[in-house]
Design a protein around this ligand. Sequence first.
Ligand SMILES: [Zn+2]
Length: 197
Amino acid sequence: MFDQDDKVLKLFQDSDALLQGHFKLTSGKHSEWYFEKIRLIEKPVVMDKIIDLLVAKIRRDIPDFDYVVSPAYGAIALGFLAALKLGKKFAFTQRVDEKMSFRLGFSGIAGTRAVIVEDILTTGGSINEVVACFREHNVKTAGIYVLVDRSGGSVLVEGNPVGSLLSLKVEAFDPDVCPFCALDMPITKPGASDKKA
Ligand SMILES: [Zn+2]
């Protein structure tokens, strides 16, 4: 189920963010894997090594851009650290009255090229909102990167694939056909996400 090399996987496991077990997802389905992103923020030393890998990928793919932009709040720490390592500027977006906008004060971003850095890709909802915000401010999307792609590469943003360090093809089971239920494994319901879809 993992395409990536062992180094990436080991770092995510060291951060205790990638949990293996028997989980009840918000969809009601059951899964063997769960990604608890808050654990990454909690362990900056491990996150630093993970961001090094992401930065190497961005540096290889995108020769020329001005900003790293992340949606608030979970990805701000990741995007800021990536911008610092890349020697670029950083900005974040946040929802104001349900609409993704730049925080007032990021005044110089219009007309620039920006790379979006997000923590997890599930349906692409937040990333699409950031791209729409870019369009409104005449910012060109130079690239889109996430640490973990939970769609296993199936979600495109504006027809473009999203770069990721770890691509998880997570199988989700209806409870009546769940192999872990069949083994009577206790189930965990992780904390509800703070993010919409
Ligand atoms: Zn189950």
